[in-house]
Design a protein around this ligand. Sequence first.
Ligand code: 6GU
Length: 225
Amino acid sequence: MRIDILTVVPELLEGPFSHSILQRAKDKGLAEVHIHNIRDYSTDKHRNVDDYQYGGGAGMVMSIQPIAACIEELQSQREYDEIIYMTPDGELFEQSAANQLSRVKNIILLCGHYKGVDERIRELFITKEISIGSYVLSGGELAAAVVADSIIRLLPGVLNDETSALTDSFQDNLLSPPIYTRPADYKGHKVPEVLLSGNFKKIEEYREQEAYRRTKERRPDLLDS
Ligand code: 6GU
């Protein structure tokens, strides 16, 4: 899979893909992440990427020209399955969308900044709009990192234990049960007896029960769906 991220603040995206699971996915050749500075595509003499709003009003708007030039150059090199605009007014991102996106080959993530992009970018190029929650970030970059991470970790071969993505919270609309490691007794705080029993059927029952209990308590909305 290949993910191209378009941004006016590439510095914000240098860290997230250079460590741990995401770096390993790149090293294994399972995922490529390319960051593009939209400013590099501006034909303006000051390399501007934004301008005032028609009709007036506070806040700048990201201009069509540099974004279109960047997307068109990428499209001349390969076909993209989705061109996604990261915006607080997009569709709320959930595990089901991460699962779907992990099955495609090439994705562009366009990060919004300032007041957002000229509406015609959305009409001409964008196939999907994503928000990661009901709050406003200062730009789409952190949201793009969240979305890319959630997709890449699902690619076959990225996680060491192939089953561990399947037991994630949300993967079956349940939160994860509590987990423990040594010591079995920390200052009198003990690990539940059943986990030490070696009885795998009982352990599985305990985990299912706890996952359900936690979900009912913290995220009852997940049980309705
Ligand atoms: Cl995708 N962008 C911005 N700027 N804010 C957000 C968001 C995206 N998702 C939630 N808040």
